[in-house]
Design a protein around this ligand. Structure first.
Ligand SMILES: O=C(O)C(=O)C[C@]1(C(=O)O)C=C[C@@H](O)C=C1
Length: 308
């Protein structure tokens, strides 16, 4: 695989890989990468000072949105990537200057920009010799004055460009799970997002990503990371299953081990084997026996505790 191809499929931002492996979270404290917008302050804050302040607390991957071209030397000196803001996505001169730095570029879609206009910005970057482009769907303005994230546009951008895509959850962090399920390679939170929001985004990445995102890890550490995410999803499902099995024990005329229904157990294993054909019924049966018995033990313990 050539480097050029690698940088299109997956873009490295400092130590972070975007587009291969798990979806990443970019935002404030607790995120995998931080970002900072110098535009937020309307040029009142000096780039060097703002960057030094962030760098004093964060040595990891950092993306910065410039206010103007004057900020670029400071950004080049201490950031790992540059954000092209939705508000000025079509300021072609600034886009060219940003791309010319050679750092990875994150292109946020302007609220009214079409897919073609959005992808054209990536082409501008390529024309400057910079192929390290990540696209970020930042939503369209609705007639109600809010912003709606267009996840199908995000998917189309991924498919058309082959580049990693992010979903900007600034307007609605609760969409993290939906964005991961739709194939986002990362979630962009507001620069001032809280640690709780980063935690919730990471949980969606782990649990939803474990089911929806295909990973092809190339090292033991990466494969263990992927297994950890699958185990996180399994834990959520096992806990939910145990609760439901407990409900059945309370509702059945005879609950617990005394009311065990082996025919039902065989049927549910056969049904599971359709989705897990590689494991098959013979391997699934002892696994599910252990799961079911754990649920029955828990239900009996709870019943005994309620009687005392
Ligand atoms: O379906 C039931 O009857 C249950 O009690 C639930 C359950 C299960 O955990 O799935 C547990 C014990 C039975 O032997 C069969 C299934």
């Amino acid at each position: 695989m050539s480097t050029a191809h690698l940088e299109r499929e997956a873009v490295r931002v400092g130590t972070l890989t975007v587009g291969a492996g798990p979806a990443v979270v970019i935002g404030g404290p607790g995120a995998d990468a931080r970002w900072l917008s110098l535009r937020e302050h309307h040029g009142r804050v000096r780039a060097g000072e703002a960057l030094a302040e962030v760098r004093a607390q964060w040595a990891g991957p950092l993306l910065v949105e410039p206010f103007s071209a004057a900020d670029l030397p400071e950004i080049a000196a201490s950031a790992d990537g540059v954000v092209i803001g939705a508000a000025w996505m079509q300021d072609f001169q600034l886009v060219r200057a940003v791309a010319g730095l050679g750092l990875p570029v994150l292109v946020r879609r302007a609220p009214a920009a079409t897919l073609e206009e959005w992808l054209a910005i990536a082409d501008y970057c390529v024309a400057e010799g910079n192929d390290r482009v990540v696209l970020c769907e930042s939503g369209s303005r609705t007639h109600l004055g809010g912003t709606t994230l267009d996840l199908s546009l995000m998917r189309a951008a991924r498919e058309r460009s082959g580049r990693p895509v992010l979903a900007d959850l600034g307007a609605d962090p609760a969409l993290a799970a939906a964005a991961v399920a739709a194939g986002a390679d990362g979630l962009l939170l507001a620069p001032g997002s809280t640690e709780e929001e980063a935690l919730a985004a990471h949980e969606a990445v782990r649990v939803v990503g474990a089911v929806t995102r295909r990973e092809t890890p190339g090292s033991v550490a990466a494969a263990r990371g992927a297994i950890d995410r699958v185990d996180a999803a399994l834990a959520v499902l096992l806990e939910r299953r145990a609760e439901l099995a407990g409900t059945i024990q309370r509702l059945k005329p005879v609950g617990g081990f005394a009311g065990r229904d082996m025919d039902r157990e065989r049927r549910l294993v056969a049904e599971m084997a359709r989705r897990a054909p590689t494991l098959g019924e013979a391997r699934l049966a002892p696994i599910m026996n252990a799961v079911i018995e754990a649920g029955l033990h828990l239900a009996e313990e709870r019943r005994a505790a309620a009687r005392d």
